[in-house]
Design a protein around this ligand. Structure first.
Ligand SMILES: Nc1ncnc2c1ncn2[C@@H]1O[C@H](COP(=O)(O)OP(=O)(O)OP(=O)(O)O)[C@@H](O)[C@H]1O
Length: 236
């Protein structure tokens, strides 16, 4: 499989406090196309910080971040913004859907914002394909208020997928959902990996972590891969 992401010795130090605090302390991570990786670790261990670095919302203080073999560790924001919309899809615990728009219109927003103008017919086809991919094409005309939490999260996933990202970054996407609904959302995320998209999932749920191809544990700023020998339940 093609290597997409390579982090080498990434550090991130929080300043602006009395004592600077090292949140990421030499993180190494390689992710290939179509792979799924769970990032687990205690609350406050730096998982979201790591996703921010991966999603180019934040830059590392040292270390190297390569995407598709290109060093993007120190990319200026205007280039980072372009790369974010061309290469990444984001899913968060909160769905961030616009209430007055239908599911299809919410998904279409990602195309309008990210890729300039697309002919209406092409836009509609891509929106419907993304909704289909997460199993809710039949809800295209519904507004979020008429949907369950799991359905709303699947609209948010369709919105992340509609631009055909190379990497999907998901930060506790099932955090607000019950176990069964959460599992359906994980199915929808995993479906993307069958099309070659890489999935990096931050989760506190052992079952969801165990369903990823790899599990990496962030502890004291260091990321360590571990085996799939987790028992069910919630991680600390
Ligand atoms: N902008 C900030 N200002 C101050 N402290 C911050 C900031 N962002 C993160 N932190 C601190 O950095 C540490 C890592 O935070 P981060 O959100 O990455 O952890 P996390 O593992 O994602 O936690 P959780 O599982 O609770 O979401 C925490 O101690 C947090 O309080």
């Amino acid at each position: 499989m093609t290597e997409l992401i390579r982090l080498t010795g990434i550090t991130k130090v929080l300043k602006g406090q009395k004592e600077p605090r090292t949140i990421l302390d030499g993180v190494d991570l390689t992710v290939r196309a179509g792979e799924s990786v769970a990032i687990v670790g205690r609350s406050g261990s730096g998982k979201s910080t790591l996703l921010s670095v991966l999603g180019l919302f934040d830059r590392p203080d040292s270390g190297t971040y390569s995407l598709d073999g290109r060093d993007i560790s120190r990319l200026p924001e205007r280039h980072a913004a372009k790369l974010r919309s061309s290469h990444f899809g984001f899913v968060f615990q909160r769905f961030f859907l616009l209430k007055h728009l239908t599911a299809a219109q919410n998904v279409a927003m990602a195309l309008i914002n990210g890729q300039g103008w697309l002919p209406r017919r092409d836009r509609r086809a891509r929106v419907m394909a993304a909704l289909e991919q997460v199993g809710i094409a039949h809800l295209a005309r519904n507004r979020p208020v008429k949907m369950s939490g799991g359905e709303q999260q699947r609209v948010a996933i369709a919105r992340a997928l509609v631009r055909d990202p190379r990497v999907l970054l998901a930060d506790e996407p099932t955090g607000a959902l019950d176990t069964e609904t959460g599992s359906i959302v994980i199915d929808a995320l995993q479906e993307a990996t069958t099309r070659g998209c890489a999935l990096i999932l931050v989760t506190h749920d052992r079952d969801h972590a165990a369903r990823m191809g790899r599990i990496a544990d962030l502890r004291s700023g260091v990321l360590t891969e571990r085996s799939h020998t987790l028992s069910a339940g919630r991680l600390s």
